[in-house]
Design a binder for this molecule. Structure first.
Ligand SMILES: Cc1cc2nc3c(=O)[nH]c(=O)nc-3n(C[C@H](O)[C@H](O)[C@H](O)COP(=O)(O)OP(=O)(O)OC[C@H]3O[C@@H](n4cnc5c(N)ncnc54)[C@H](O)[C@@H]3O)c2cc1C
Length: 646
């Protein structure tokens, strides 16, 4: 180990390597996936508490990738062992869409309907993932994926009815979220310039932080602009340009009508808009590069200027564009007041929605009866897959094939073959919903037309990493005066102290000497390539990145960005969980790279989601919309696709 690694604390015993790269080294493989054939979880099985590499942890995708590589059926007997189990409905995928499908089907068909949900992962919820930590007896929660109930478009009546039925009142945000906590301690958003990108390491107050749903509009400060001009490691002209882009009111496209402007903006990148239309110094691009990562999974080199405008990025104040979006705008960029108000964050993000859905389906698995007590309830994984239960959730089970037993149009049953504990087994059901990732579906069935297969395959998801780092205290953040850091050149582009939400017995950390979860986000982009190629390259990069690499980058970034606060990565870090999602957000169409999106052609997601025989297709991919409401709406549609079938 070199001296830099020692300084960073790479040798310190923290909660991380009990599952080195996701492979159990200390506790033994029994907790990860070796359940009994009946599907029961062994004592102590509790995935939310696992640290290290989570999300798509190593080993979770081995079967899926062998299907992709066409090696699977060469090594498995073609005929799976029939378990003898028979269901009314089998659902592939236990994310919010799959769980919602079970919820809607039970509503329509009654509580006696026999339903089985199968999922690859060791936990339910899909991207709605809960991370738990124990720091000297104090339980802390984090979100490993889906952050909040939020959507650029208003929730549909159907999606709202589910949220209501689960008991979630989004207006409770005002009661549970303490928006004043960090400002009252003198903390605000910061921006970190790293020396590799900007020539020097420096943390400054962000002179114009993004408006967000969590803390509202932090406004702007003359003092912060002054400090920015004095200290930021950027050419003086670029700094002036950045303030002009934020505050100027010049029309950079004179002589064009609003719709002509929007038509042009939809066809150029925001980076080009800044430099070629608004005449900004090229260094300005580096500064704004990662602002849209959290929404689009790519930077301003691959986001259209119209999307940047819709999304609230600056530089359009003088263009008089009105409020109506033009053709080709992304779902993510449409501002809607009603949608903005429909916002709620549980301490584990929307994992609480998944847990509330499981509680509806299997009350014994998630004890309690309120949205407060669900936050701290310990799920009993041994109750998920009980033979006596009408609804069952079977984890660690990768579906390898779905097929009608007989002709697609006349068959009465579907056979679903899945791998669990290395064994290929099958069950039969009257109906099936594929609530898994669309890109996977062509590998599961040969009953689809080439056109539908291509549409499904085109839904390759956007890679993203949500990391939770538990600190023993956050005094360094307090000394540095920041509660969040925008780091446009760093390994993780966003760092945030946990949102201060207290619900029921769960109390958020309130003083800097308490342990806290810090959330870090990374979007593995490859600027310069078309969006889909960036996602593909990012996905490959994530699969090839070890936990050790993530850890070293985490420690390095904390040490450098919080140097002014005296952060010591060897001393201050208690635990790390990296939620790696090579298949993350549903792919949303992009006016720069998907011509149909501008020209009004057929959307691939509509072709992709057509039912065939007794099989329907759900998942957020079915709407090409990376939000929880899409997962719920598409589950509802998929259930209705099947209800008419005798
Ligand atoms: C990091 C991240 C943050 C997000 N933040 C937000 C947010 O703040 N608000 C919001 O509204 N939305 C957010 N989203 C989007 C939201 O999470 C999704 O739209 C929604 O949760 C998707 O649910 P789903 O059930 O459609 O898919 P998923 O959650 O992906 O579930 C699909 C499931 O299918 C399983 N599966 C795949 N293949 C197979 C197979 N062959 N056999 C068995 N199982 C299989 C997978 O393991 C997975 O569990 C976020 C997404 C990500 C990735």
């Amino acid at each position: 180990m070199n001296s830099r690694d020692r300084e960073l604390g790479m040798d310190r015993p923290i909660k991380r390597r009990d599952f080195l790269n996701g492979v159990a080294v200390a506790i033994g493989a029994s907790l990860l996936g070796a359940e009994s054939a009946a599907g029961q979880a062994p004592p102590g099985y509790y995935p939310p508490a696992l640290t290290g590499m989570r999300g798509l942890y190593p080993g979770s995708f081995t079967t899926a990738h062998s299907l992709r590589d066409h090696t699977f059926w060469k090594t498995h007997a073609y005929k799976p062992a029939d378990t003898g189990e028979r269901y009314d409905l089998v659902i592939v995928g236990g994310g919010i869409s799959g769980l919602s499908a079970a919820y809607f089907y039970r509503k329509a068909a009654g509580d006696n309907a026999r339903i089985l949900i199968l999922d690859v992962l060791d936990d339910f919820g899909g991207h709605a993932k809960r991370n738990e930590f124990d720091v000297n007896g104090r339980k802390l929660l984090g979100y490993g994926g889906t952050y909040a109930i939020e959507s650029p478009s208003p929730y549909s009546p159907i999606a709202k009815s589910v949220i209501d039925d689960l008991g979630i009142d989004v207006t409770a945000t005002a009661r549970v979220l303490d928006r004043k906590l960090y400002p009252s301690l003198g903390l605000g958003p910061g921006v970190f310039f790293d020396k590799e990108t900007f020539g020097a390491d420096l943390l400054l107050p962000d002179p114009k932080p993004e408006k967000d749903a969590d803390f509202g509009d932090p406004g702007t400060s003359e003092t912060h602009w002054k400090e920015f001009h004095e200290k930021a490691p950027l050419p003086a002209g670029a700094k002036q340009d950045i303030q002009r882009i934020y505050e100027g009111s010049k029309d950079y496209m004179p002589g064009l009508s609003p719709s002509e402007k929007k038509a042009r903006l939809a066809r150029m990148t925001y980076a080009n808009y800044l430099t070629e239309v608004a005449g900004a110094d090229p260094a300005v691009v580096k500064y704004f590069q990662t602002r849209p990562h959290a929404y689009f999974g790519v930077g301003i080199d691959a986001v259209s200027a119209q999307d940047a405008w819709g999304f609230g990025l600056p530089g359009f104040q003088g263009l008089d564009l009105g409020t109506e979006p033009g053709p080709g705008i992304s779902h993510d960029s449409i501002q809607n007041e009603e949608a903005e108000k429909y916002w709620f964050h549980f301490p584990d993000g929307n994992a609480s929605i998944a847990r509330l859905l499981v509680r509806k389906l299997l009350p014994a698995a998630i004890p309690g009866n309120s949205i407060e007590d669900v936050v701290t309830a310990r799920a009993d994984y041994s109750r998920l897959d009980e033979p006596a239960s009408n609804t069952r959730i079977r984890l660690n089970s990768t579906v390898a094939r779905v097929r009608h037993l007989g002709d697609v149009d006349t068959a009465k049953e579907v056979e679903v073959a899945y791998v669990k504990d290395g064994k290929l087994q099958s069950i039969r059901a009257g109906r099936c919903i594929l609530a898994c990732w669309h890109q996977m579906i062509p590998y599961l069935t040969d009953e689809l037309s080439q056109r539908q297969r291509a549409a499904l395959a085109s839904a390759a998801k956007v890679p993203i990493v949500y990391t939770n780092v538990v600190l023993k205290n956050w005094t360094a953040f307090q000394k540095a005066g920041v509660n969040s850091v925008y780091a446009p050149g760093s390994y993780f582009e966003a760092v945030q102290l946990d949102l201060p939400v207290s619900m029921g017995d769960y109390k958020c950390p309130r003083t800097p000497d308490e342990p806290i979860v810090v959330h870090l986000m990374k979007t593995p982009c490859h600027p310069g390539l078309p969006a889909r190629d960036q996602h593909r390259a990012g996905r490959i990069e994530l699969y090839g990145t070890t936990f050790e690499t993530f850890e070293r980058n985490i420690r390095d970034e904390f040490a450098r960005s919080l140097a002014s606060g005296g952060f010591d990565p060897a001393r201050d870090i208690a635990a790390i969980t990296v939620n790696r999602w090579p298949h993350g957000y549903a792919y949303e169409y992009n006016s720069l790279f998907d011509p149909f999106w501008l020209e009004g052609g057929e959307q691939p997601c509509v072709v992709a989601r057509q039912p065939f025989g007794r099989i329907a297709i759900a998942n957020a991919d079915a709407a090409a919309y990376a939000y929880t409401d899409a997962a719920i709406d598409e589950a509802y549609r998929a259930v209705n696709d099947l209800l008419g079938i005798a």
